[in-house]
Write a new protein. Sequence first.
Length: 106
Amino acid sequence: MAQIKSVSGLIDQGLSPEEILKEILEGFRFRILAEREVSYQCQCSRERTRNLLVSMGRKEIQEILEEGQVEVKCHFCGGVYCYEKEEIDKLFDKVKDINEKRENKK
């Protein structure tokens, strides 16, 4: 197993899926049961980037806001999500309200 090459490296070399299987499964007999078209779709969204901002914490985001706006760029698809101060404030106020309601239920 330690000698198996990375799939990413094999793709970078231009190998087809069948060639990758032959490379990885060298010495094993296999047969292809089905084929399908594969495509990449990024899963980024405005909601996911909001969750990311919340996980960073209000203090860190406020420091970024001092420079203007908060910008999140997806490194996979290049999508850019921009947030102004008002939207950030609403987001963290909502998180605060949710946390207070949880505390009150205890």
